[in-house]
Design a protein around this ligand. Structure first.
Ligand SMILES: NC(=O)c1ccc[n+]([C@@H]2O[C@H](COP(=O)([O-])OP(=O)(O)OC[C@H]3O[C@@H](n4cnc5c(N)ncnc54)[C@H](O)[C@@H]3O)[C@@H](O)[C@H]2O)c1
Ligand SMILES: [Zn+2]
Length: 360
């Protein structure tokens, strides 16, 4: 078992990472003053409910526990769902001392975290991530739901009180979700830690096979990188933007493919796109671009897009992205393995040309 102490400007919370750690949930809750006299609301999705709902409820028998289950998938991350959760919470007498427990992937973390952020002006919440990708969403305190006009448009900053990351939950993850999460871990290495990248590559097979001893280590190191970056810049005023490496083009791929590409697959292609832009601007050699391609491919992740995607359409989607400052096209570009820079003033011509180059 490893404990990562995540520091925020307001306070510090532990992220407990290990196999079967959830079995000690009552002790962990008590260690952060969540005692059995406080009501709990467990929020999860149908898929996770089927797999792990009863297991987690049995571990919380000493608490007055309520459960709320939503459909799996991004569509549940909505304001109408939040209203239903809040109605349920009021009807069951949850008060300001009650605690929300988010059991699930990033979707549930964002939804349940946002409910906790606004219920009675904010109550405490605990995350129990069940996907690899959720190592990312469990740190940083960003919680949100989607609006029909954009993803994560309604949200808040609300830090969990505790994160219990039990890697035994990961054994049922579909392979597409495994790869999606690994892409985000690779990203954390590529922005800050060359040695971690080398370690990930060395154990790519073990990680893809969900060997928990390797996952525990990988999730600890990836989460620590994110925690360090967020600590430096909790409200995303500067350095935190490097976490968006691969995401500018990644979001375009998710959107244009109608989410046929997972988030991590989009990010994988997006990192290659950024490397190619960096090469086009003379920041890195083509040899280095090929190294990025080889390491992404090692995890069975895509590095190219279908030839029929229209560059002009992709550019239009990219320019609508909220992370672009007006008239100043800004991207996170790699300069060497384990390092990135925020580069401003990238020309539309470069963006379009590299969209053609990244077709395969
Ligand atoms: N707040 C943040 O900082 C942040 C960061 C990254 C992503 N996100 C958000 O996270 C979401 C994506 O997260 P995700 O990839 O975890 O997706 P997800 O939560 O939708 O989970 C993916 C699928 O896997 C299933 N699943 C989850 N755990 C499982 C398990 N252990 N076994 C079997 N199936 C399981 C779910 O039911 C779902 O169908 C997006 O909404 C994204 O916006 C937020
Ligand atoms: Zn991401």
């Amino acid at each position: 078992m490893k404990i990562l102490e995540v520091k925020t400007t307001q306070r510090q919370y532990p992220m407990i990472i290990g196999t079967d750690v959830v079995n000690n949930i009552e002790d962990f809750l008590k260690s952060v003053s969540i005692t059995t006299n406080r009501k709990l609301l467990l929020i999860t999705d149908q898929q996770i409910e089927k797999l792990y709902g009863d297991k987690v409820r049995k571990l919380l028998l000493n608490y007055n526990l309520f459960s709320y289950v939503v459909s799996q998938g991004e569509n549940s991350k909505s304001l109408s769902q939040i209203e239903k959760i809040i109605t349920y919470a009021i009807e069951n007498g949850l008060d300001r001392s009650s605690v929300i427990i988010a059991l699930g992937g990033g979707m549930i973390g964002d939804l349940a975290g946002f409910a906790a952020a606004i219920y009675m002006r904010g109550i405490e919440f605990v995350q129990i991530p069940t996907t690899i990708l959720a190592h990312d969403s469990s740190i940083g305190g960003k919680v949100a739901v989607n609006h029909s006009l954009g993803k994560n448009m309604i949200g808040a900053f609300h830090q969990p009180k505790l994160v219990i990351y039990d890697t035994s939950f990961l054994k049922t993850l579909p392979i597409k979700e495994v790869k999606s999460g690994l892409a985000e871990l690779i990203k954390h290495g590529l922005i800050k830690d060359k040695e971690f990248v080398e370690w990930l590559v060395k154990y790519s097979v073990e990680l893809t096979q969900l060997r928990v001893d390797y996952l525990n280590e990988a999730l600890y190191r990836g989460s620590k990188i994110k925690a360090d970056v967020v600590y430096e810049d909790e409200h995303e005023l500067g350095i935190r933007a490097i976490l968006n490496f691969g995401h500018t083009f990644g979001h375009v791929i998710e959107s244009i493919s109608n989410y046929q590409y997972s988030h991590g697959e989009g990010v994988a292609i997006g990192m290659i796109y950024a490397a190619r832009i960096a090469n086009e601007m003379g920041l890195i050699s083509y040899d280095l671009v090929e190294q990025y391609i080889a390491l992404i491919q090692k995890f069975g992740l895509p590095t190219t897009i279908p030839t029929h995607y229209q560059a002009t359409e992709m550019l239009a989607i990219m320019l609508r992205d909220k992370k672009f400052e007006q008239h100043q096209i800004r991207m996170v570009l790699p300069t060497e393995i384990g390092k990135v820079e925020i580069v401003k003033g990238i020309s539309k011509e470069f963006l379009l040309k590299v969209m053609e180059d990244v077709k395969g």
